[in-house]
Design a protein around this ligand. Structure first.
Ligand code: COA
Length: 335
């Protein structure tokens, strides 16, 4: 940490998922596939999807309320909202919609970031800098995605993977001098952007030459993503631990982005930690983008797999391509 910087406390974490379950067997009504094919390649058996008029704003509101309550704050004590969403319902600011829903009465800054599935770690990095500088004290980071509205539901190579959900983290200026962020790093490589794309081309003005249009749906080169990430992420995470002056035995738990169980196992093998220390729930939720880490984290604690007062490694990757990792300290009572 930079000398004089204000340390950060992770004060509360919450999540929300839709109640509607769509299983791998259900997907066989859309295209030729099977539970066995999907499960063996990804580790996913079912996902939760928004239904009717439910949106990522509803999920984001519920997750935010959960995190704010655990932080022991009321919404008016927040002084910034950052929403991480790569499949927004409202391009002009999911964070403002959530600010309104939470009933925040003050004109606190609210803005969105994307960074796709790395959005939560990117948001944490931004919040860390703003808290360290003393500019802000209580920041809500809410990661919320309704991927299901942006998928091509005839594309069996991509639509099998994703689910909808939201996760939220409240971070505050630490009053006891302890910094809950032991290490934090974010990276990107735009040259790999073609691996996962979601175009919003729009239409040129009718008075000028029309533009070419591409399908505004998530398009993914699954094998390409897999190969890129399996080569990159295990070494990256290993370096993150070493650069923090730690060894894998100092990591109590790993909460990875829930994209594919084979990618998770590759990271786990590289850093050499046992299955009980690795939190996975993609079997039930699929890949919920930026929400996947906080959802897994809270569930890991609430179902007793994770003990608090522990060091936890978070790591994720997503479209862009973006990736990031953090080693955080989880205090009692935060979720
Ligand atoms: N059911 C049955 N068959 C399917 C299928 C499905 N849902 N999806 C694809 N197939 C078929 C393909 O058509 C192909 O058939 P062919 O050999 O006759 O052409 C075959 O299965 C192999 O397809 P391929 O795309 O090479 O499969 P794969 O082993 O790479 O697995 C993924 C596909 C998507 C599961 C895998 O690549 C993956 O998980 N990648 C990572 C993606 C990811 O994590 N994205 C999120 C980023 S945040």
């Amino acid at each position: 940490m930079i000398k004089g910087a204000i340390p950060l406390k992770i004060a509360g974490i919450g999540y929300s998922v839709p109640s509607t379950v769509v299983t791998n067997d259900d997907l066989t009504k859309l295209y030729e596939t099977s539970d066995e094919w999907i499960y063996t390649r990804t580790g996913i058996r079912e996902r939760r999807l928004v239904s009717g008029n439910e949106t990522a704003i509803d999920l984001g509101e519920t997750a935010s309320r959960d995190a704010i309550e655990k932080a022991g704050l009321n919404p008016d004590e927040l002084d910034m909202i950052i929403a991480a969403s790569s499949t927004p319902v409202e391009m002009y600011s999911m964070s403002c919609c959530i600010q309104k829903r939470l009933g925040v009465t003050k004109p606190i800054p609210a803005f969105d970031i994307s960074a796709a599935c790395s959005g939560l770690i990117y948001g944490l990095s931004i919040a860390r800098g703003l808290i360290a500088s003393g500019m802000y004290k209580n920041i809500l980071i809410v990661a919320t995605d309704n991927n299901s509205k942006h998928l091509d539901w005839s594309d069996r190579g991509t639509s099998i993977l994703f689910g909808d959900g939201a996760g939220a983290v409240v971070v505050t200026a630490s009053k006891d001098g302890t910094d809950d962020i032991i290490a934090l790093d974010i990276q990107a490589d735009g040259k790999q952007g073609g691996l996962i794309e979601l175009h919003f081309d729009g239409d040129n003005c009718p008075l000028v030459k029309p533009n070419d249009k591409r399908e505004p749906k998530i398009q993914m080169n699954g094998k390409g993503v897999y190969t890129f990430v399996v080569k990159l992420l295990p070494n990256y995470v290993d370096e993150l631990i070493k650069n923090a002056g730690l060894k894998s035995e100092n990591i109590d738990y790993m909460v990875p982005h829930q994209a594919n169980i084979r990618i998770i196992r590759a990271v786990q093998e590289r850093i050499g930690i046992s299955d009980e220390k690795v939190i996975t729930n993609l079997e039930y939720y699929g890949n919920t983008s930026a929400a996947s880490i906080p959802i897994a984290l809270v569930e890991g604690v609430r179902n007793g797999q994770m003990k608090l007062n522990s060091n936890v490694l978070l790591c994720g990757f997503g479209a862009g391509m973006t990736w990031g990792g953090a080693i955080v300290r989880l205090r009692e009572g935060i979720c």
